[in-house]
Design a protein around this ligand. Structure first.
Ligand SMILES: [Zn+2]
Ligand SMILES: [Zn+2]
Ligand SMILES: [Zn+2]
Length: 154
């Protein structure tokens, strides 16, 4: 379980238009394009990538519309953001559960740390500091096993 409070269940793709309208957002062609792109996306994707993919479908897409819509879609549980090594936002589409990330700073691979794996770490921080960890923003940089083996002292 993450720190996020869920006041509404995540929306299905078919409900997105209705949910956006309920938030006072019009269901425009640009938003329809973004939702279509997201439905075909899995794993981690940056906002810039999403803008690019939307522009491939609809060249009139503006970054501000994409980012504003992503904010609302995050409220609806459709996407969840984390941060890359450089601090840029990365989006997950319909994540099954909140998770943190391990990043190897040599080969730049990223692995997910699930709630079970993070439990003892999160519990220790909570017990020692009374601090509730947002698992989706837990990002640990270091050296993966393969890179350590290839270059033990590097
Ligand atoms: Zn953030
Ligand atoms: Zn590595
Ligand atoms: Zn992730």
């Amino acid at each position: 379980m993450g720190a996020r409070s869920m006041d509404e269940a995540p929306a299905g793709w078919d409900e997105v238009a209705t949910r956006l309208r309920a938030r006072g957002l019009r269901w425009t062609a640009q938003r329809r394009t973004l939702v279509g792109v997201l439905a075909g996306t899995s794993g981690h994707v940056t906002g810039a990538d999403l803008v690019e993919r939307c522009r491939a479908v609809d060249p009139t897409t503006t970054p501000s519309t994409v980012y504003r819509t992503l904010d609302v879609l995050e409220d609806l549980g459709i996407v969840r953001h984390a941060h890359g090594a450089d601090g840029r936002e990365e989006f997950h589409v319909r994540p099954a559960a909140d998770h943190g990330h391990l990043r190897c700073d040599r080969c730049l691979q990223v692995w997910e740390i699930g709630p079970d794996e993070a439990r003892s770490l999160v519990a220790a921080i909570e017990a020692a500091r009374g601090f509730t960890v947002d698992l989706s923003h837990l990002s640990i940089s270091g050296r993966c096993a393969a890179c350590r083996e290839a270059s033990p002292r590097g």
